[in-house]
Design a protein around this ligand. Structure first.
Ligand code: F6P
Length: 382
């Protein structure tokens, strides 16, 4: 489709929400309305809105005054995958899945949407893939507090989550010091430990446990004993929800069989706290930050990132791009093949420069390595 014929676009926010979604919606919609005189439509509750044909026209007023607002004015959903949509349950309660991609395509046709801006993480991009394959003009914008989307050095929402986690860890620091306790703080990060790593470094946490570096309970016990007995007498441990012990598995909180990604993690913080309690004389407390990290106002850096991503998405759309994911690499905005990025993750490299720097100042990663592994490459996380 020639860019000149793009007159009506839809915007969809999918997956778990995060700070900055409204800032992106605003940037996409205002650029489309002001620069290209397009009509902009909001698709409600992610892909569920495409299945139910819940599509509403957005006025300029709808997208004004939302830059700083948390959440998404369109609603979101991380339990709805059109490729595998739960339409009913069998007699034994087993979910029955159907591919409802044709229903989504019908909604797009019915609303005469010439293109769709899909704002989401890895799961959302996978859901968008069949639409791209069916010839829908889709541009993706990378969102997730976990910062683990393949192809981009940063996703919006991440920096706000890091700021929130850092503030919480700072607060735990003073109470840990007063009571001579070990404070274990669990943060989100299902497959990638970017939040734990960056907030851990920013707060000067003593130990950082991430999925990419399996931890050793004995090494943790030894490190904490040393800090309690011959160190400052308190410790801060930040642990990503997907962290696991050597040879162990992540701690699963619950399973939702009707969800395309049924496993919900949670509980590793308490599991680590119990292990420390059993191996030391320390008094240990656990805090789980969980969805607190996804809520609230985006910080300035995320508002700027969101505005750049939103503007860039419309720019490339009007240059004729289709099936692309807007990214930032080396601090430059560009785009990559959405289908090539979907389903892949950007994990923390174990020789990441920030890990090297953290080890250099005495931070433990719950393993037996205490010295740095020499100079590492790319350190860009912010
Ligand atoms: O993908 C972002 C994320 O915050 C993960 O870190 C976490 O496992 C998941 O969302 C939680 O999702 P839900 O909203 O289903 O609890």
């Amino acid at each position: 489709m020639s860019p000149d014929s793009i007159k009506r676009i839809g915007i969809l926010t999918g997956g778990g929400d995060c700070p900055g979604l409204n800032a992106v919606i605003r940037a996409v919609a205002k650029t489309a309305m002001l620069q290209f005189r397009m009509e902009v439509f909001g698709i409600e509750d992610g892909f569920q809105g495409l299945i139910d044909n819940r599509v509403r026209r957005l006025s300029f007023r709808d997208v004004s005054g939302i830059l700083t607002r948390g959440g998404t004015i369109l609603g979101s959903n991380n339990r709805c995958d059109p490729r595998r949509y739960c339409t009913s349950t069998g007699p034994d309660g087993t979910p029955v899945f159907t591919d409802v991609t044709p229903t989504c395509l019908a909604t797009i046709r019915e609303n005469q949407l010439d293109a769709i801006i899909v704002i989401g993480g890895d799961g959302t991009m996978c859901c968008a893939a069949p639409l791209v394959e069916a010839g829908v003009n889709v541009i993706g914008i990378p969102k997730t507090i976990d910062n683990d989307l393949f192809g981009t050095e940063i996703t919006f929402g991440f920096l706000t989550a890091v700021a929130t986690a850092t503030e919480a860890l700072d607060r735990l620091h003073s109470t840990a010091d007063s009571h001579h306790r070990v404070m274990v703080c669990e943060v989100m990060g299902r497959n990638a430990g970017w939040i734990a790593l960056t907030a851990g470094v920013a707060s000067g946490s003593d130990m950082i446990l991430i999925p990419e570096i399996p931890f050793d309970d004995e090494a943790i016990g030894q490190f904490i004993r040393q800090r309690m007995e011959s160190g400052p007498g308190f410790a801060i441990v930040v642990v990503a929800e997907g962290a696991r012990s050597l040879g162990g598995a992540p701690v699963v909180a619950r399973i939702d069989p009707t969800s395309p990604d049924p496993i919900r993690l949670g509980g590793i913080g308490q599991r680590v706290a119990d292990s420390i309690g059993a191996r030391t004389n320390a008094e240990v407390r656990t805090t789980v930050l969980g969805h607190v990290l996804r809520g609230g106002m985006p910080i300035a850096a995320d508002r700027i990132l969101a505005t750049n991503f939103g503007y860039h998405a419309i720019s490339i759309l009007m240059e004729g791009a289709s099936g692309r994911l807007v990214v930032r690499e080396g601090n430059v905005f560009s785009d990559v093949d959405l289908l090539a990025s979907a389903g892949r993750q950007r994990l923390v490299p174990t020789n990441h420069a920030l890990i090297t720097a953290a080890r250099a100042v005495g931070t433990s990663f719950g393993d037996r390595l205490t010295r740095t592994e020499g100079r590492a490459g790319n350190s860009s996380v912010v």
